[in-house]
Design a protein around this ligand. Structure first.
Ligand code: PRP
Ligand code: URA
Length: 216
């Protein structure tokens, strides 16, 4: 039976018609990998916009052609950390809005029998703990990969961690929130449940394969 969706305060569904429209197209199995990549990038950019509403800014004075203007710029450091592989698609769109953000990479895949995350790569900017981290992975299924990535970032002393995913399963959200109650999680959809192979239903299939065309 489907689990009742959870909505802990730390978990926020960004409910926007444009995002819902794009996610519907991304879910469609007829959408090929070139369009899928475009969609993930565009969604990543829009989600970055929503998930960074409260970012700190520093004053910045500039001169317009007419006079001085006292404006702002986003405070750095700020780091975007995609979980490889699938996080790369959304991260690319985020950097369009946050071009001065650093980028770190966490390589992790899910062992398909036990569904446990297996880490294989880690490269983070030295100043990653100095500011917010946007941790990006389109799929939050059992939550194992996200929890391992958050633990890794916390071991590097990161405090303000925001997990940006596209589709989240209730089971994964519940698990991640229980383990990391200080984390903020943003998604476009909380889907119904996981199937017996740990895939999100209705979901969009294997995000990494669809992004890179490795299932075709
Ligand atoms: C997918 C996805 C997440 C993980 C989610 O990656 O991108 O990282 O599975 O599952 P979980 O919440 O149960 O841990 P995958 O293992 O398919 O690796 P890939 O992106 O390299 O294909
Ligand atoms: N990883 C994916 O790419 N898709 C799922 O549905 C679950 C894990």
């Amino acid at each position: 039976m489907a689990k009742r969706p959870t909505s802990p305060a730390a978990f926020q569904v960004i409910d926007h018609p444009i995002l819902r429209h794009m996610l519907t197209e991304a879910r469609d199995k007829r959408t090929g990998h070139a369009r899928f990549r475009e969609l993930l990038g565009a969604i990543g950019g829009l989600m970055a916009y929503e998930a960074t509403r409260d970012l700190a800014v520093d004053p910045l004075a500039v001169n317009t052609p007419l006079e001085e203007f006292r404006g702002v710029r986003v405070r750095l450091p700020l780091t975007i950390v995609p979980i490889l592989r699938a996080g790369l698609g959304m991260a690319e769109g985020m950097t369009r809005y946050l071009p001065d953000a650093g980028t770190g990479h966490i390589g992790m895949f899910r062992d398909e029998t036990q569904l446990n995350p297996v880490g294989y790569y880690e490269k983070l900017p030295l100043n990653v703990a100095g500011g917010p981290v946007l941790l990006v992975d389109p799929m939050l299924a059992t939550g194992g990969s996200a929890m391992a990535a958050v633990t890794l970032l916390k071991n590097r002393k990161c405090k303000d961690i925001r997990l940006i995913c596209l589709v989240a399963a209730p089971e994964g959200v519940e698990r991640v929130v229980r383990e990391h109650p200080d984390l903020r999680i943003f998604a476009v959809s909380q889907d119904r449940e996981l199937d017996d192979r740990g895939y999100i239903l209705p979901g969009l299939g294997d995000a990494g394969d669809r992004l890179f065309g490795t299932s075709e």
